[in-house]
Design a protein around this ligand. Sequence first.
Ligand code: BG6
Length: 470
Amino acid sequence: MNEANKRTTPAGALVIFGATGDLAHKMIFPALYAMVKHGNLNVPVVGVASSKYNMLQLHQRVTDSIKQNNKIIDQTALDHLLSLLQYVGGDYRDPGTFKSLKQTLGNIKHPAHYLAIPPGLFATVISGLGAAGLAEEARVIVEKPFGRDLASARELNRIALSTFPEDSIFRIDHYLGKEAIMNILYFRFANSFLEPIWNRNYIASVQITLSENFGVKNRGAFYESAGCLRDVIQNHLFQIVALLAMEPPAYQGFGAVHMEKAKIFQAMRALNPSDIVRGQYIGYRNENGVSLNSDVETFCALRLFIDSWRWEGVPWFLRSGKFLAETAAEILVQLKNPPQRLFDDSTPVNGRANYLRFRLSPNAALALAARVKRAGKEFIGDQRELFMQDEQPEEEAPYERLLGDAMCGDGALFTREDAVEAAWAVVDPVLEIHDQAYLYKPGSWGPCQSEALVIDHGGWHNPNLGKTKK
Ligand code: BG6
């Protein structure tokens, strides 16, 4: 079979390592259930875990996951999902576990192995798969965080590539499976009016905020090993930056998109400690699994530069945090002021200059803000938003989309080795060397020190959900 055929052959089974864990319960089983409902899953699903489960317990666990995630249950779909399940219990360090898995898979070709396990176990499982001959013509789906710094990401890539070719490795960043994020790519390159202004001549700065009005919940121990910069900025927010900043792909096809995105990560200037402000919400140290003197950041704001012809000198401000005032994700592309002030109310005296605003969540929306004159003798006006919103009520959830794509061998919405490493290289210098995290009040917009980063750029734009969904 040639490479092209191999890439598009649907997986004959889905193997989930970590089937009894949190990720499987929260994300994977609900996605599989949705796939069954939409007629997109009809192959065996083999759960692998070290827990001593029997099939009844696994069925209960899956049913519980579906019930927690869906108000109304489609019993036929749930029964069908349960009928696809099989289970292999055993220690990942024991070759016997992989032998049992091989027996369970029998003659099935092209299994997709999903590693829903802590990154510390990736190497063990990948070599177990290789040694048992389970990696041939197979795919591996790897969850984020892909590494915890540049060195560990390189090591992980080395291990994965020693067993699987790059086009059989699917590194998940669930942001890439979101409609609103795919729309960034579409909006940029399906419209002609944008390109002339989409550069340092017209854009003053770009801000991206991903805020959540809840804490680390029961993930304290994970958060202690990650922190906000690793958890969402190096991956989710950087992916958004790449889509906003990339050059037009040279041809139609995701290979070209991957190439242009990787160039953006390579052109990002490595951060230095004065580019970032870290914060920690008051009460974080009392969370389960968190050290009493933890300095791990639950908030991070940073200033980034892309050293390219198009973006020279344009600051990109990124910010994310737990226990902030709203749960929302929004991009603000701030345009420059007109060259001269002809009217008394002109910016910057009266608010922001024109901007483009992309709301990514909780609802998808896009607004272009421009000034219009108020009726009357005086030449004064207001900034108004020309507002577009397009939401599909029955949208595929990111995990459903990404799992389906990985099982079909479509790597368009996954991250590539070079891009992941280049993104780590940007944050690497500040992972260990940084100022202490400032405490902030839950429900605020993070520590006031983060304002200093954007003081010359009109301050932070706080997503305001208000009464409407705008
Ligand atoms: C995950 C992070 O990758 O993304 C979480 O681990 C974060 O901490 C989540 O809450 C945000 O994703 P979403 O889709 O809810 O915006």
